[in-house]
Design a protein around this ligand. Structure first.
Ligand code: UD1
Ligand code: CA
Length: 470
C-alpha cells in the first residue's frame, strides 16, 4: 500500500484575528482549530504527520504533544516556504503527502479520504481540493482552460479582473506525490504582490513540466471554510455546533432547541436525555441516559450518570451518581462528588466534598471540604465553616445524621453516625454516635416589653385613627 504523510501548516501569526492567542489555537466548540485538523487527519491512518510551527511554536507543541512531529519555520515567508521546512523529515520517502492548513477546522476525515482516492485514480502528481464559494473573496482561485483542465491557482491579491470573477476556490488542501513535491518547492519564487513563496505555485510548475495535475471539487463549501478573523471564527463555531448537535440528535438525544444548545466536540450524551434551551456542555463532560438538563445550565468537565436531573445550575469538574438531582440555582465546584439519589436543592454550593447516597441538602447551604455519609438530612442554611483565614479544614458527617437548619459546623470536625445537631447551633466539638449537640444562646423572654416600646405604640395609634376615618 502507498505510504501516506501529512503536513499541517500552523506557523502563521494570524494578524487579522487581532489577538494575543495564536490563530490556530483559537477554539472552535472547545477544541483548538489545529487540533480539529489533526484529529481528522489522524483518522486517515497516516504513516507520518508533520506540523509546521513558528508563531506560538511552544504553545502549539504543548497542545498537540506527541501526536505529530514538528518542523520550525522561523520566518513566515509563505505557505510554500512553510512546507519546505518538512523536507528534512519527509523528502526521501515514497508516498502521497496530504497538506492542510491549521485554520480550516471544519474539514472531515471523510473528505480527506475522498481526496486521497481521487488523487490515486487520476494518477496525478498533485491534486487540489476545490469548492464553489458563494463569496470567493480572499481565497485563491482555480484557473482552468477551455477543456476544464486546471492550469494554476491565483491568489486574491494577484488576480486580474477575469480571475477575480472565478468562484471555484482553493480550499488549501492538497495531495502530492511526496518526492515530486519537495523538488518542485525549490523552484517556487516570491515574485508576487505579497513577496511570499506560495505553495499554490507548484501546480503551475508541475503543469509546465507536463505532469498530471488534478482538482477534486467537494460538494459542501462550508467544510472548507478558512478562519482568518473573528467573524469567520463565529461562523465556524456555528457550523461545528450544528454538526455536533445533529450527531447527538441522531444518537437519540432530545435537544428542545438546537439553535441555542452549545455542546463541545468531545462531550458525550446518552440516549433519551433531554436538553433544554440555553444549555452549555463543555470540555470532557459525559452525561448518561435518561437525564434531564434544564434550561440555562452550564456543565464543564463533569461526569453525570443515568437518570440525573440538573435544573438551571453550574457544574464544574464534578461527578453526579445515578438518580441524583441538583438545582435550581446551585453550584457544584471542582471535586464535588454527589452520590446515588442525592438531592441538592436550591442555592447550594458544594466544593471538594463527597455526599453519600440518599443524603439531602435542600436549601441555601455551603458544603466545602467535607465527607458526608448516606441518608443524612442537612437543614436549610447550614454552613460547613472550612476556612480559618489561613488553612482549609475537613468535616466528616456520619450516616443517618441530622443537621438542623442554620447550623455552623466549624472544621476540623467529626460528627459520628446517627448524630443530631439542633437547629441554629455553632458546632466546634466532635459529636459521638446517637448524641445530640445543641450550641446556641438560651432564649430569654422579657415580660411586658412591648408596652414600653414607643415606636410600635405610635404606629399602632396612627393605624387606629386611620380606621376611624373610614
Ligand atoms: C491560503 C492559500 C489560498 C487558499 C486559502 C484557503 C496560499 C498562498 N494561499 O491563503 O489559495 O484559498 O489558504 O484557506 O497558499 N502559514 C505558515 N507559514 C507561512 C504562511 C502561512 O505556516 O509562512 C500557515 C498559516 O498559519 C495558516 C495557513 O498556512 O494556517 C494558511 O495561511 P494563510 O495566511 O491563512 O493563507 P490564506 O491567505 O488564507
Ligand atoms: Ca487562511
Amino acid at each position: 500500500m502507498t505510504s501516506k504523510f501529512a503536513v499541517i501548516l500552523a506557523a502563521g501569526q494570524g494578524t487579522r484575528m487581532k489577538s494575543k492567542l495564536y490563530k490556530v489555537l483559537h477554539p472552535v466548540c472547545g477544541k483548538a482549530m489545529v487540533e480539529h485538523v489533526l484529529s481528522q487527519v489522524e483518522e486517515n491512518k497516516m504513516d507520518e504527520i508533520v506540523t509546521i510551527i513558528g508563531h506560538g511554536a511552544k504553545d502549539v507543541k504543548k497542545r498537540l504533544g506527541k501526536r505529530t512531529k514538528y518542523a520550525l519555520q522561523a520566518k513566515q515567508l509563505g505557505t510554500g516556504h512553510a512546507v519546505l521546512q518538512a523536507e528534512e523529515l519527509l523528502k526521501d520517502k515514497d508516498g502521497v503527502t496530504l497538506i492542510v492548513c491549521g485554520d480550516t477546522p471544519l474539514f472531515t476525515a471523510q473528505t480527506f479520504s475522498e481526496l486521497f482516492e481521487y488523487h490515486e485514480q487520476k494518477g496525478a502528481v498533485a491534486t487540489v481540493l476545490t469548492a464553489e464559494a458563494p463569496k470567493p473573496f480572499g481565497y485563491g482561485r482555480i484557473v482552468r482552460n477551455e477543456l476544464g483542465i486546471v492550469e494554476k491557482i491565483v491568489e486574491q491579491k494577484d488576480a486580474n479582473e477575469k480571475e477575480t470573477a472565478i468562484t471555484e476556490i482553493n480550499t488549501g488542501v492538497y495531495c502530492f506525490d511526496n518526492k515530486e513535491l519537495f523538488e518542485a518547492l525549490h523552484q517556487v519564487k516570491n515574485d508576487n504582490v505579497q513577496g511570499e513563496y506560495y505553495l499554490t505555485d507548484v501546480m503551475e510548475i508541475f503543469k509546465n513540466a507536463g505532469k498530471v495535475i488534478a482538482a477534486y471539487k467537494m460538494k459542501n463549501f462550508d467544510e472548507s471554510m478558512g478562519v482568518n478573523d473573528r467573524v469567520a471564527l463565529a461562523q465556524a463555531n456555528k457550523l461545528m455546533r450544528q454538526r455536533i448537535n445533529e450527531k447527538h440528535m441522531k444518537n437519540g438525544v432530545t435537544l428542545i432547541d438546537p439553535q441555542t444548545t452549545y455542546i463541545d466536540v468531545d462531550v458525550k450524551v446518552g440516549r433519551d436525555t433531554v436538553i433544554e434551551p440555553g444549555v452549555v456542555l463543555k470540555g470532557r463532560t459525559v452525561i448518561g441516559e435518561d437525564c434531564f438538563i434544564g434550561a440555562h445550565s452550564e456543565i464543564r468537565d463533569t461526569v453525570i450518570e443515568n437518570n440525573v436531573t440538573v435544573t438551571a445550575s453550574l457544574l464544574e469538574e464534578s461527578t453526579m451518581a445515578e438518580g441524583s438531582n441538583v438545582g435550581p440555582y446551585s453550584h457544584l465546584r471542582p471535586a464535588a462528588k454527589i452520590g446515588k439519589n442525592v438531592h441538592i436543592g436550591n442555592f447550594v454550593e458544594v466544593k471538594k466534598a463527597e455526599i453519600g447516597e440518599n443524603t439531602k441538602v435542600g436549601h441555601l447551604t455551603y458544603v466545602g471540604d467535607a465527607t458526608l455519609g448516606k441518608n443524612i438530612n442537612v437543614g436549610c442554611g447550614t454552613i460547613f465553616v472550612n476556612y480559618d483565614g489561613i488553612n482549609k479544614h475537613h468535616t466528616n458527617v456520619g450516616d443517618y445524621s441530622f443537621i438542623g437548619s442554620g447550623s455552623n459546623l466549624i472544621a476540623p470536625l467529626e460528627v459520628a453516625d446517627h448524630a443530631y445537631v439542633a437547629a441554629g447551633s455553632t458546632i466546634t466539638n466532635n459529636i459521638d454516635a446517637h448524641d445530640m449537640a445543641i450550641a446556641r444562646g438560651r432564649q430569654v423572654n422579657k415580660k411586658g416589653y412591648f408596652d414600653h416600646y414607643p415606636v410600635a405604640d405610635a404606629a399602632e395609634k396612627a393605624e387606629m385613627s386611620t380606621h376611624k376615618n373610614i
